[in-house]
Ligand binder design. Structure first.
Ligand code: GTR
Length: 420
């Protein structure tokens, strides 16, 4: 009797522990990184060698399809209507040195319409300029010290300083993220900055894909290879790009897409899906971003899928504790940018994101750049702290931990100057 009764209790306990990964012990010992062999980015599935940029087109399509089906899920082709409404406009921002405006982008498809609010800053040079585009974590008002930029009304993650406890943002967060988005420095270097709140594109919880951009495609059968939230956020960035192509102040052929952490994963996938992004930047993206999965250092495939089941295609969980079965690894995601420049940045204390695994990923992506006669990562040993290396692949590991800091921005601006 007792054992019959105990069984469901036991199952629940096991499920909760395994499910939430509470007993997960990350490996932070380099000596305990397993031996692994990375898939060769320049080897076709049929075994043939990729010998030139023409071959790479075909090989790229193979690699892309694998990331689509096994990792992020397939995003639909956009076949709806995009409409932009200006919410506010300030041509005298920063004593007239720059302009700032807010635009609501409506995405309409069949009977459904959603919107996201985009915040744009650009220098008043009278000439089109290059720009950085990135999703933000807490709402556009966190990038503004004044009340012109409204507090986002969308669902927001709980955060004492950024909002209330009811998944709603509040005035408390106003301006709090300006240090992470140093628009004055960006504008003074001649670049525009475009940002939007990621939760308006797709809320970051397991909602059965009923909200955000997923809601525009209700007929999409949910299957093992359907788009997760990372693919949704990345897809949203492409819709902003559609809009930027209609804006006079920006050079659409010089837009760098950037993201931090989970949004760094989204920026990489956006750069892979949409080659209009001329430069791609991953800030501390870690597992499922720039870091090699096979190293199992810090966050692992199993851990990320259990903590965030809505981020990836369901197929990705087939590789939980089974990384060697992956037909790709994350260096091939970086290689999907080639020959466009890509920058990967780590924080030395952010071991959860495996800084070394991010660097090794840059090295392993470099042969694809070589195919184009370009230098990918200029070095094969991880550079010392705070000493960036910039080829067509850029990398730095800076002092400190997880975050998008002014130091990171300085390197991105230098890297963009170098390539634009
Ligand atoms: C962590 C997650 C990481 C990273 C990070 C973030 O909890 O494990 O993969 O994405 O969140 O987005 O801040």
């Amino acid at each position: 009797m007792k054992s019959v009764f105990m069984l469901p209790v036991l199952c629940t306990v096991i499920f909760v522990r395994v499910g939430l990964g509470q007993d997960f012990e990350p490996n932070y010992e380099e000596s305990r990184v397993p031996d692994y062999a990375l898939p060769d980015p320049l080897r076709f599935e049929h075994g043939g060698q990729v010998g030139n940029p023409e071959d790479w087109k075909e090989r790229r399509a193979e690699v892309f399809r694998l990331f689509e089906s096994e990792v992020y899920g397939k995003s639909p082709e956009w076949d709806g209507e995009l409409r932009a409404e200006t919410l506010f406009e300030n041509p005298d921002f920063l004593d007239g040195k720059a302009s700032r405006k807010g635009v609501r982008l409506y995405l309409k498809r069949n009977a459904k319409e959603i919107f996201f609010d985009v915040l744009l800053f650009y220098p008043n040079t009278g000439q089109p300029v290059p720009a950085f585009l990135g999703l933000n974590f807490y709402g556009n008002h966190t990038l503004a010290s004044d009340a012109q930029v409204p507090v986002t009304q969308a669902w927001i993650r709980n955060n004492e300083t950024m909002g209330s406890s009811e998944n709603k943002a509040s005035e408390a967060g106003r301006g709090k993220r300006i240090p992470n988005w140093p628009y004055e420095a960006i504008l003074s270097r001649g670049y525009g900055l475009v940002s939007l709140y990621y939760g308006e594109v797709d809320p970051d919880f397991d909602d059965g894909f009923r909200n955000g951009v997923h809601a525009l495609y209700p007929e999409e059968a949910r299957n093992e290879a359907s788009w997760g939230s990372i693919a949704g956020w990345a897809w949203g960035l492409s819709r902003v790009m559609d809009f930027l192509e209609t804006e006079a102040w920006v050079q659409p052929e010089k837009v760098a897409v950037l993201g931090h952490s989970r949004l760094g994963k989204a920026a990489l996938w956006a750069g892979a899906m949409d080659t209009r992004f001329a430069l791609v930047i991953s800030n501390n993206s870690g597992c499922g971003g720039a870091a090699l999965s096979r190293r199992k250092y810090g966050e692992t495939v199993g851990r990320i899928n259990r903590s965030f089941p809505h981020w990836f295609a369901a197929n990705f969980s087939r590789y939980n504790e089974n990384e060697s079965a992956l037909p790709i690894d994350q260096h091939q995601l970086l290689a999907l940018m080639a020959p466009r420049p890509v920058y990967v940045a780590s924080g030395v204390e952010d071991r959860w994101a495996d800084p070394r695994g991010e660097f090794l990923s840059c090295v392993a992506a470099s042969p694809v750049y070589a195919l184009f006669g370009l230098q990918g990562m200029p070095v094969t040993t991880q550079p010392p702290l705070d000493q960036p290396e910039m080829g067509h692949i850029g990398y730095h590991v800076r002092s400190g931990g997880h975050g998008l800091l002014p130091y990171d921005w300085q390197q991105y601006l230098d890297f963009a100057d170098m390539h634009f």
